[in-house]
Design a binder for this molecule. Structure first.
Ligand SMILES: [Zn+2]
Ligand SMILES: [Zn+2]
Length: 242
């Protein structure tokens, strides 16, 4: 049977020894590219040159600061295909970051890879129909989550967000939801265990894979076995049957 393979590249927030939240789908689609992503992929035997699609949730450094290394690497590879999905300011921000990181080859790198940008709310990647949802990450606007749909399976990624209408919607339709659970008690920017428990009660058919975890949150989660809540770990692979 065909599977959707999701590898958790990072499950922690920035201030932990865990990698920052990021997910690799079928070895060629990345959701977020935090600082350290290329190195983290090399360490587990995944070649970042094989990544052709990058979806960015928002423009905080711990979600896109490895873009310059990825662009430079792709410009030297045989496979130079780069497709970026994000909000409109992404094109300018990624270019600026590349210029800061590698001032001399920056333009040559862009001329070689010619990254394709897609700012739409609905698009297709391989077998997946992907939909982008506005979420609520406090002052950081816009911030997005994504749902990948294929055949009878829906898998969502909330990105950084507090609980909001679209996160509820995602929980109501998804079989699996990879979600921000930075805190023990959620605030205006991030969800916490309390909010995930609320979602879990309301949407029992959804499996919540909590991520972007602070160490204190991970410790708290590890105390109790909460049904349908899965604690994410770096380099853990989910094989989802379609
Ligand atoms: Zn953020
Ligand atoms: Zn973050």
């Amino acid at each position: 049977m065909i599977k959707m393979k999701i590898k958790i590249i990072g499950s922690g927030n920035m201030w932990t020894a865990y990698n920052s939240a990021s997910y690799l789908i079928d070895n060629e689609i990345l959701v977020d590219m935090p600082n350290g992503t290329c190195k983290n992929l090399f360490k587990i035997g995944v070649d970042p040159r094989e990544v052709n699609y990058v979806l960015l949730t928002h423009f905080h450094g711990d979600h896109y600061f490895d873009i310059p290394f990825y662009f430079l690497l792709k410009s030297k590879a045989n496979n130079t295909e780069v497709n970026i999905y994000c909000s409109k300011e992404g094109k300018r921000k990624n270019k600026l970051l590349l210029k800061l990181a590698f001032p001399n080859p920056a333009q040559e790198v862009l001329d070689t890879i010619k990254p394709t940008y897609n700012f739409k709310n609905n698009f297709t990647i391989k077998d997946y129909t992907v939909t982008k949802y506005l979420v609520d990450h406090g002052r950081m606007k816009p911030a997005y989550g994504y749902i990948f749909a294929t055949e009878n399976i829906k898998v969502g990624f909330t990105g950084d967000t507090t609980i909001c209408k679209n996160v509820e919607y995602m929980a109501s339709v998804c079989n699996y939801l990879f979600c921000d659970c930075t805190l023990i008690k959620g605030d205006k920017k991030h969800m916490g265990i309390d909010m995930i428990i609320t979602l879990n009660k309301k949407y029992p058919d959804c499996k919540f894979i909590v991520s972007h975890l602070d160490d204190s949150t991970r410790k708290e989660l590890e105390k109790g076995n909460i049904k349908n809540i899965i604690i994410s770990e770096d380099n853990y692979t989910f094989n989802i049957l379609k």
